[in-house]
Design a protein around this ligand. Structure first.
Ligand SMILES: [Fe+2]
Length: 215
């Protein structure tokens, strides 16, 4: 018997995987401006380390955009043609965000010779983070519920496995990894900073993007 769309299943559950990826993206973007400001301080992070962390985050975000544009939105374009303007806007967002990520990558790299401009780069990072958050919110509130209504129950599309496989397929972890705490694949990245339990004592696993106030 062919699978049928399961409209009764909450879209909050159907696309938990994508929401987890979104949560991890927000997690990594949030401390980045603080880390950039901290490069000026004594004992602050090295520009090279912050730059490597940013470049990895940018590659993951771009890979996620590619997955949505190639695998998710086409399904909705067929099933819900009336949403084409919204989907066009989301794709335009992806192009603009990808461009902004590249600009910020260059700005962070320039700090190696002029850390005095860290405040300006941090402001640019905050702007990108706000844009990404608003973009993700539109997807979560306006698009994922529509997608949940048209994707067959049990389909692989939009699952956590499919979302992470798309990031792994982009080989984002193979180039310029940021130090010995770098994730080696998408699931390691997703779980970065999760609290482990050993011998009855909860110990936090060191995060890739530590908060500069607590690192
Ligand atoms: Fe998106």
């Amino acid at each position: 018997m062919p699978a049928v769309p399961n409209a009764a299943l909450s879209p909050l559950l159907r696309f938990t995987g994508i929401r987890l990826v979104h949560t991890a993206l927000r997690r990594d973007l949030a401390p980045m401006s603080g880390r950039i400001r901290a490069v000026q301080a004594d004992g602050g992070p090295a520009v090279a380390d912050v730059s490597a962390q940013w470049r990895l985050l940018a590659r993951i975000l771009m890979a996620h955009h590619e997955y949505e544009d190639a695998c998710l939105w086409p399904v909705l374009r067929v099933a819900r043609p009336e949403l084409r303007l919204l989907l066009n806007r989301l794709e335009a967002d992806h192009h603009r965000i990808d461009h902004d990520l590249t600009v910020v990558t260059a700005m962070i790299g320039s700090l190696a010779g002029d850390s005095e401009r860290a405040w300006m780069v941090a402001a640019a990072v905050e702007s990108v983070a706000e844009t990404v958050d608003a973009h993700l919110r539109v997807e979560e509130v306006q698009v994922l519920p529509e997608l949940a209504a048209v994707v067959a129950a049990g389909a692989h599309i939009g699952t956590l496995g499919a979302s992470l496989a798309a990031i792994d397929a982009a080989e984002v972890f193979d180039v310029g990894a940021p130090g010995d705490r770098a994730p080696t694949d998408a699931i390691t990245w997703l779980l970065d900073g999760i609290t482990g339990v050993s011998g009855g004592c909860a110990e936090p696993i060191p995060g890739l993007f530590p908060d500069p106030r607590t690192a």
